[in-house]
Design a protein around this ligand. Structure first.
Ligand code: RIB
Length: 300
């Protein structure tokens, strides 16, 4: 079982020819809504990868709540631990440019009410993989990492979005997944020594005893354990929309761990899944199915 504790949003998406500069107005080409939120996206990715998944989080009692949960429900993600609060469901305002790049502003709403007491109620078990991100209060993320460790569960922390304060507990996670920008910021905050990024990734793993995974966009991903350094190439695609690609990577990686595959194979699957998630608009609607990953990797 994978437990994902994290955010649930409704994404409000405008496609624009190019992203605006500060103070500039650009015309949009299309508007749509889609279920999103880093936590929920990762939950759906893990489920589409074939894992049993439960979601811990919160939504409001408004019209957006049902839309935000629709694809999780349809996919069979367990939602009993999703609280219904008096605060509005979280939203994300997303602009997607013609090159597939994006700008996102989030309004946490009910996600801000995911508290350490929800962690207690979730009662992690020793056989679980617990997957976390930074779109719910950091005190809750910290409590969840501690609870996972105490229960003997495996924890994965996706450090998105970056928060300097998370540097204090990032090394409690068994696996840390950061994109290159986030990693560089943590490297600075943690004063990791090394002449270049690779040296600093190795330094993190050596000093903490944890596995650090850094996604590099079109350059694939790298991972350091205290003993090893691995590289996986990117799966080549022409991106239409990169929103949710990182979440898809995380969900597929967690599902591979639950399946018991080795680190290199897990990273390879996650990298292909993340790339395929860039081929369609929207975060959750674009998350590929396991069969698509197997086909792209040449598995029967
Ligand atoms: O990682 C992409 C997600 O970030 C979007 O779905 C949006 O909701 C924000 O949380």
């Amino acid at each position: 079982m994978i437990t994902i504790l994290g955010s649930i949003n409704l994404d409000l998406i405008a496609r624009v020819e190019r992203l605006p500069r500060p103070g500039e107005t650009v015309p949009g080409e299309a508007f749509s809504t889609a279920p999103g939120g880093k936590g929920a996206n990762q939950a759906l990715a893990a489920r589409r990868a074939g894992a049993p998944v439960r979601m811990v989080g919160a939504v409001g009692q408004d019209a957006f709540a049902g839309q935000a949960l629709a694809l999780l429900e349809k996919a069979g993600v367990e939602l009993a631990a999703v609280a219904k609060t008096g605060t509005a469901t979280g939203t994300a305002m997303i602009l997607v440019g013609g090159d597939g790049e994006n700008m996102i502003a989030i309004v946490p709403g009910a996600n801000a009410e995911v508290l350490p007491e929800h962690v207690e109620r979730a009662a992690f078990g020793a056989r679980e993989v617990v997957l976390l991100q930074h779109e719910v209060p950091l005190q809750t993320v910290k409590a969840a990492l501690g609870a996972a460790r105490a229960a003997g569960a495996v924890s994965i922390l996706n450090t998105a979005p970056f928060h300097a304060a998370a540097a204090d507990f990032v090394a409690v996670a068994d696996y840390v997944i950061a994109n290159e920008t986030e990693f560089d910021l943590y490297a600075e905050a943690l004063a990791l020594a090394g002449a270049d990024r690779e040296a600093r990734i190795r330094a993190f793993a050596r000093q903490t005893g944890r596995t650090m995974i850094v996604t590099l966009g079109k350059d694939g991903a790298v991972a350091a354990t205290p003993e090893d350094f691995l590289r996986v190439p990117a799966h080549p695609v022409t991106p239409v929309d990169t929103v949710g690609a990182g979440d898809t990577f995380c969900g597929y990686f967690a599902a591979a761990l639950v399946e018991g595959v080795g680190l290199k194979e897990a990273l390879g699957r996650a990298a292909v899944a993340g790339a395929l998630a860039c081929l369609k608009p929207g975060a959750q609607p674009a998350i590929p199915l396991r069969a698509e990953i197997d086909a792209a990797m040449g598995s029967p």
